[in-house]
Ligand binder design. Sequence first.
Ligand SMILES: NC(=O)c1ccc[n+]([C@@H]2O[C@H](COP(=O)([O-])OP(=O)(O)OC[C@H]3O[C@@H](n4cnc5c(N)ncnc54)[C@H](OP(=O)(O)O)[C@@H]3O)[C@@H](O)[C@H]2O)c1
Length: 290
Amino acid sequence: MRKVLVTGAKGQLGSRLLECVHPGLQVVGLDREVLDLTDSDSVDSALQAHLPDVVINAAAYTAVDQAETERDQAHSVNATGAEILARACAQRGVDLIHISTDYVFDGTGSRPYRPEDSPRPIGAYGASKLAGERAVQAAFEAAQAGWWVIRIAWLCDVRGQNFMQTMLRLGRSGKALKVVNDQYGTPTFARPFAEALMNLAAHPHAAARGVHHYSHLGQTTWHGFAQAIFDFHGLEVNLAACSTSEYPTPAQRPAYSCLDGREFARLIEQEQRDWKDVMASELKRDQQEN
Ligand SMILES: NC(=O)c1ccc[n+]([C@@H]2O[C@H](COP(=O)([O-])OP(=O)(O)OC[C@H]3O[C@@H](n4cnc5c(N)ncnc54)[C@H](OP(=O)(O)O)[C@@H]3O)[C@@H](O)[C@H]2O)c1
């Protein structure tokens, strides 16, 4: 039985990780109050108290727009915090699965990004996450333990405060909506991603140490994603498309964000499904459970 410690346990991904039931794993989750990535004493005490075999780092500063004016805070969690955690794990021989993002890329690509493609972040959040990836790699350079940086794009869930819930609320309000139609990505759901991470935690030899990409199949725009949500719920919404320039945000976002997750899916033996199929099964499961 391997012991998994999940950081950022109250977050979108962290909470799904804690719900995963895996026969070969014992899971403990800690939120920021107990394990603060930016505080090396709290990281050391948590590792000492729980003695995990593997840590899944789901904690991060994720406010993409705010990061433009809070660069230090974003860097402190996503880069320095990742480094503190990685060094502590490497020194103790604890494996680390660290989560990163498509925002390390500039979005000028035209085919799904592969792990070996050159990153070039265009915003403060992406830059802080890339610095975190590099800190993890450096900390484990001479270590025996395993490290994996798993990038994901457009992480979403059928519950919680996120794009899906916002669109449903706005769609039900009866107001006309305009949603961006020139940013492309693959909505990727937190529950199957959490299950994939737990598979890796249970079978650390499945994938080589290094950077991997996780993704469902297919691509859409935020507008296409919104329409699919309305279609599923049978909502007739006055939905128009707009360009990114018509909807300016403090942070520039990559225009193309799809990740090529074929290799990682093969390694962890999880079938890749179209994002719309995953959305439908997640929504149905949520309706049955609630
Ligand atoms: N959401 C996306 O669209 C997306 C896309 C690509 C990649 N990712 C990556 O996926 C991972 C999970 O994202 P998510 O959507 O689950 O994020 P989330 O919902 O914002 O959760 C992040 C968690 O980290 C915690 N946290 C923040 N600072 C911390 C610190 N100093 N020490 C410990 N915990 C801290 C937060 O606690 P508080 O609530 O107290 O701040 C929160 O519980 C992140 O690495 C993110 O960069 C996300």
